[in-house]
Write a protein that binds this ligand. Structure first.
Ligand code: ATP
Ligand code: MG
Length: 587
């Protein structure tokens, strides 16, 4: 009943709907007691020869009327209870999704996407079942049993009732035993389903890579194993379920046996009438459903609680970065500063950044360069406060970033991540994502700044061309430039470009950078790059190596230092010359 208690908030919120639904169920249960009595009476009348055609017609009319009434009442309670349960499903899914949007990257690193999706698609419906059929079977099994038993005791014979109930303790034991087994197995089965889901999700999104490396067969084989395991675990669940019904049937048959044997003796010794015996057996028949319902209830509740556990595990996770009490709701425009910033990714031993210090006035540009894996992206990400970081190490406008609310901080920053993410929508929607109310003119302007105008003109539907699965497939450089346009449209105080010009040729890069300098005069820009030409104009350039600043200064100062930067710059210039001689790069 733990599951029901966990859902108490929901039943309280929809108490009217549930009270009415349960009232109707009770009414049906009460009315169901009438037909057996009626038939028992008919038998007695027959035996005594007092059954007149008039009486018989009356009885039949009542039976018919009841039948019709059941039809209406059953529709109504279903509508109320199942409708309520579907509402619960919607609420839970909404809550789940909202929770997911609050989680930080470390959550997504720990949890596999497919498994998280399985909770939404598979576990939430299992909980929904508890709130619908679970309530039905709870009411039916408890109330109906009580009602039928008391009718038997009061109107027929208490000794006969007691005797027929002798096998029932076995039923209680069996359901408890199977229930526990079911809970464990269902949890494992849902887990396996989550893994399978994750496999499918990864394979689909990685299909190109799979094909390119001719790994399809291996992947199919790996999938066969996961689905095999899912199958085995579901069969384990089915086995327990399959035992439920026969067990209940056997126990009920024992009851019938006792009822018939002992009951006949009671009729024989005239302690009850023949009609009573008939009615008694019909009442026993009425007990079959509540008994099954009880077993089914255990089944549903165990599934529900296993699924609820999986859902709660995710809902109970708190994001590792949260607004502090009294967090500032807005950020004054100002400079950026890092003071001895050392940072480890959660769960990682080695710091990804060590002792980083710099100071940037408002309106200046910071360049971050260094070998691959040196920590450029990490530094960019930290400004967004996606990871917990040591207090008082990173400042915006003179205040440590943990003093600001996350939404204020993120409104202040436009970020183009190294891995571009475009949605399967139109180009217009993708760009306007950062500023929903932007006019067409502004969107076109942002795209022009990102040097996308010509490309757009070539697309079949211009701005309204669909991107991705259902539309044009964009080149890496086009994706990058659309991402840049999206960030530029936000017109944020701080712009962070994480290697966002890597897939465009040198000339395009130069003109985008030129636009940036003009458009963003007075605003702060951070550029991480492999190609040093992208940071050449920066007010300060940091050269990172293994998370440390190994060289720093302006382009000229760095060239004068004649270290990694200078060497790298000369090499890249040379490469550019060679490419130039070959007739230009690709866009
Ligand atoms: P690239 O030039 O290839 O983009 P980068 O300079 O941007 O490299 P980062 O992505 O910042 O390098 O990575 C710096 C270090 O942090 C690497 O050693 C990397 O393995 C580690 N790292 C990056 N992301 C994570 C993460 N989410 N969790 C743990 N470690 C990470
Ligand atoms: Mg990077």
């Amino acid at each position: 009943m733990y599951t029901f208690r966990q859902l108490a908030w929901f039943f309280r919120r929809y108490w009217k709907r549930y009270s009415l639904g349960i009232f109707l169920l009770l009414l049906i249960n009460l009315l169901m007691l009438i037909p057996p009595r009626l038939i028992g009476d008919a038998v007695d009348h027959m035996r005594m020869g007092t059954l007149t055609p008039r009486l018989l017609t009356q009885m039949m009319a009542i039976l018919l009327g009841l039948g019709l009434l059941f039809y209406v009442l059953r529709f109504l309670w279903r509508h109320l209870l199942i409708g309520g349960a579907l509402t619960l499903e919607k609420i839970l899914r909404q809550r789940f999704f909202t929770h997911l949007t609050r989680m930080t990257p470390s959550f997504y690193q720990r949890r596999r996407t497919g498994d998280v999706m399985a909770v939404a698609t598979n576990d939430i419906p299992a909980i929904e079942l508890t709130a619908g059929e679970g309530v039905l079977t709870l009411v039916d099994s408890l109330f109906m049993t009580l009602l039928v038993l008391s009718t038997m005791v009061l109107t027929i014979d208490w000794k006969l009732t007691l005797a027929a109930l002798l096998p029932m303790p076995f039923l209680a034991w069996a359901t408890a035993y199977y229930g526990r087994l079911l809970h464990e197995r269902f949890y494992l089965a849902q887990e396996a389903f989550g893994r399978m889901n994750d496999h499918i999700q990864e394979s689909i999104s990685g299909m190109r890579v799979l094909r390119a490396f001719v790994q399809e067969e291996k992947d199919v084989e790996a999938f066969r194993q996961v689905s095999e395991q899912t199958l085995r675990r579901n069969v384990d669940v089915a086995k327990v379920e399959a035992l439920f019904e026969p067990t209940i049937a056997v126990i009920i048959n024992f009851s019938f046996l006792i009822g018939l044997g002992y009951g006949s003796w009671l009729v024989f010794t005239s302690q009850i009438s023949l009609g009573d015996l008939v009615a008694f057996n019909l009442y026993l028949g009425l007990l079959i459903w509540p008994m099954f319902a009880f077993g089914y209830l255990m089944n549903i509740v165990q599934r529900g609680s296993a699924s609820l556990k999986r859902l709660q595990e995710i809902l109970n996770e708190t994001p590792d970065v949260q607004d502090q009490p009294g967090a500032l709701a807005s950020v004054e425009p100002g400079g950026i500063e890092a003071a001895g910033l050392t940072f480890r990714y959660p769960g990682s031993e080695r710091p990804a950044l060590r002792d980083i210090s710099f100071s940037l006035q408002r309106g200046e540009t910071l360049g971050i360069v260094g070998r691959t894996g040196s920590g450029k992206s990490t530094l960019c990400r930290l400004f967004l406060h996606q990871y917990p970081l040591p207090e008082r190490t990173l400042y915006v406008s003179g205040k440590p970033i943990e003093a600001y609310s996350l939404s204020a901080l993120r409104r202040m920053i436009a970020y183009v991540p190294q891995e571009h993410l475009l949605f399967s929508r139109t180009i217009r929607d993708n760009v306007a994502f950062s500023n929903k109310s932007a006019a067409e003119q502004e969107i076109l302007h942002a795209l022009a700044l990102a040097e996308m105008t010509e490309d757009i003109a070539r697309f079949p539907h211009g701005l309204d061309t669909m991107v991705g699965e259902k539309g044009v497939t964009l080149s890496g450089g086009q994706k990058q430039r659309i991402s840049i346009a999206r960030a530029l449209l936000a017109d944020a105080e701080i712009l962070i470009l994480d290697d966002s010009l890597s897939a465009v040729d040198a000339r395009t890069e130069e003109s985008i950078l030129g636009h940036l300098r003009r458009e963003r005069a007075g605003k702060t820009t951070i550029i991480a790059a492999h190609r040093l030409s992208a940071v050449q104009h920066a007010d300060e350039i940091l050269v990172l190596d293994e998370g440390r600043i190994v060289e720093r200064g302006t382009h000229h100062e760095l060239m004068a230092q004649d270290g990694w930067y200078a060497e790298q710059y000369r090499r890249q210039q040379l490469e550019q010359l060679v490419i130039g001689a070959e007739g230009g790069g690709s866009r």
